[in-house]
Design a protein around this ligand. Structure first.
Ligand code: 13P
Ligand code: SF4
Length: 425
C-alpha cells in the first residue's frame, strides 16, 4: 500500500465543510490543564466522556511549534536510530500524516496480529485508540512495551460499557434466567471494549468478536447457549443477528440506567440477543437520505457501509462489512466503478486517492473524523519516538495480569473460530 502521495483529510479540511473548525488546530490545545475531559472535536464531540478518561500531559512546546516537514524528518531519524527495536502500527482511520510512518496498516485485529510478528521489537507504537493498544499488550510478549502516542485517544463507543454496569446487568440476567445463567446466556464483547470487559467475557464462557467475524462468533455462541448478551455496539449486534434470521422483537435493547435494562421479564425470556445501548458516533452520522442522494446523483453507484451503521442504513446499502472488507471490495472492483462509502473519512479519502480508476466518496458530505483517532498527530509520534531514543518509555499501556489472563482466553476463543486475515502494507 502506498500512501505518500495521497491528499490528506488535514489538507481537505481547508476547502470542505467540517463538523468543527477546531479540527484545524493541533490536538494539544485539548490537553491543557483545566480543559474539560472530552473526546475532542469530531464525531464524538457531543458524547460525554467518563470521568476516568485518561488525560494526556501537554505536549512539549518544541513539538507543538515544529513544522510538518520538521516533524516528519524527526520521526524518520528516530525510527532509523531505533531500527528493529520499534514497530509502528497504524489503524486505517489514522490521518495520512501518521500512516506514512507506519510499518503495518490495518484493522484493529490485523494490527494486534502484526504486533505478534515482531517479537524482537522492544516497543510497539500503536497509532490507533486505547482498546487496540490494550489488545496489542495482551497479545505481545512480556518484554515488549505498547505505547499509545496520545493517552486521550480512547473510543467513545468502548466507554459506553464499563465493567460495573455489565456486572450489574449480568447479575439481573442470571437472577432472571435461573441458577444455570452462565450456561444459557453467552456474553460477547466487540473488540472495541476495554480489556476489563474482555476479561469479563473470558470468565463467563464468552468470546470477543470483530466486525469481520461477528456472525461466526454469534454462531459459536449459539452452539453453547440459548441467548447472547452483546456489547457495547447495538448496531453491529443488531445487523449481524438480523442477517442470521433473528427477529427484531427477539433483540431487546439493554439500557444500563434502567431496571432490567428497560425491559419486561417477558421481553427478556423471549430474547435471543440482548443489545447493549452503545453506538459509534462516526457511523451514526450515516443516513438513508444520504444513500438516496448518492443513488440519485450517481446512478449505478455501489454503496458500502460499515456494520456499526444503523440498521436502516445497512439495509439500504448494497453491502456492508468491516474496514478490511471495504478495502478488499474496492480493490476487486472493475475500473470505472463509483462507490459511496459509509465509514471514517480518513480511510475513504485514502482509498479515493489510491484508486484513481474509480470514483470514491464518503456518504457524509461534512468532514467529521473519529475524534479520538484524530488525537494522534505526528507531533505526539515524534515525541514518543525521540523519548525512546533517549531511553524513556512514555505513554505505556499495560493490562494487569489478573485481567489479562481471562481476556486472552476470550481472544483465543475468537481466534479458534476465525483466524483473522493478514495485515496490509
Ligand atoms: P476495525 O475493527 O475494522 O478496525 O474497526 C475499528 C473501529 O473502530 C470501527 O469503528
Ligand atoms: Fe470508536 Fe467509532 Fe472511533 Fe472506532 S470510529 S474508535 S468505534 S468512536
Amino acid at each position: 500500500m502506498t500512501t505518500s502521495l495521497t491528499p490528506s483529510v488535514n489538507q481537505a479540511m481547508q476547502t470542505t465543510e467540517t463538523c468543527n473548525n477546531d479540527l484545524k488546530q493541533g490536538p494539544w490545545f485539548l490537553d491543557l490543564p483545566g480543559m474539560p475531559g472530552t473526546y475532542g472535536p469530531g464525531a464524538s464531540q457531543d458524547d460525554s466522556a467518563p470521568s476516568h478518561t485518561p488525560k494526556q500531559q501537554v505536549l512539549p512546546k518544541d513539538y507543538q511549534q515544529a513544522s510538518d516537514e520538521e516533524l516528519h524528518a524527526r520521526i524518520r531519524a528516530a525510527k532509523k536510530t531505533l531500527g528493529d527495536r520499534v514497530v509502528i502500527l497504524g489503524h486505517f482511520y489514522q490521518r495520512d500524516e501518521v500512516i506514512q510512518h507506519a510499518d503495518f496498516v490495518g484493522d484493529s485485529f490485523q494490527l494486534a496480529r502484526a504486533a505478534k510478528t515482531r517479537p524482537e521489537a522492544e516497543a510497539i507504537v500503536f497509532c490507533g485508540v486505547h482498546f487496540m493498544a490494550e489488545t496489542a499488550d495482551l497479545l505481545s510478549t512480556d518484554q515488549q512495551a505498547v505505547i499509545l502516542p496520545n493517552l486521550a485517544a480512547g473510543c467513545s463507543m468502548a466507554d459506553m460499557a464499563d465493567l460495573d454496569s455489565v456486572e450489574e446487568c449480568w447479575e439481573q440476567l442470571t437472577d432472571l434466567y435461573g441458577p444455570y445463567g452462565d450456561e444459557t446466556i453467552i456474553p460477547v464483547t466487540y473488540m472495541n471494549s476495554s480489556a476489563a470487559l474482555k476479561g469479563f467475557v473470558g470468565r463467563h464462557g464468552g468470546i470477543v468478536c470483530t466486525s469481520s467475524n461477528a456472525r461466526a462468533v454469534l454462531e459459536w455462541a449459539f452452539e453453547r447457549g440459548q441467548r447472547v448478551l452483546f456489547f457495547p455496539d447495538q448496531h453491529l449486534g443488531r445487523n449481524t443477528a438480523k442477517a442470521m434470521g433473528i427477529s427484531l422483537d427477539q433483540m431487546p435493547l439493554w439500557n444500563p440506567n434502567k431496571p432490567l435494562g428497560g425491559n419486561t421479564e417477558e421481553d427478556l425470556h423471549n430474547a435471543k440477543v440482548l443489545l447493549w445501548h452503545g453506538f459509534c458516533s462516526v457511523h451514526k452520522r450515516f443516513t438513508v437520505a444520504q444513500i438516496d442522494k448518492a443513488r440519485a446523483d450517481y446512478p449505478g453507484v455501489q454503496v458500502i457501509v460499515h456494520p456499526e451503521s444503523p440498521m436502516a442504513v445497512v439495509d439500504a446499502a448494497d453491502s456492508s462489512g468491516s474496514t478490511d472488507f471495504i478495502v478488499k471490495a474496492i480493490d476487486a472492483a472493475p475500473a470505472g466503478t463509483t462507490f459511496a462509502i459509509g465509514t471514517e473519512i480518513n480511510l475513504v479519502q485514502r482509498l479515493a486517492a489510491q484508486h484513481p480508476e474509480h470514483t470514491i466518496f464518503c456518504l457524509d458530505p461534512v468532514i467529521c473524523p473519529c475524534s479520538t483517532m484524530y488525537r494522534i498527530h505526528p507531533g505526539y509520534l515524534a515525541w514518543v519516538l525521540e523519548e525512546l531514543v533517549s531511553g524513556n518509555t512514555i505513554n505505556q499501556i499495560t493490562v494487569s495480569e489478573d485481567v489479562a489472563e481471562p481476556a486472552r482466553i476470550a481472544l483465543e476463543r475468537m481466534l479458534s473460530v476465525v483466524p483473522p486475515a493478514e495485515s496490509t502494507k
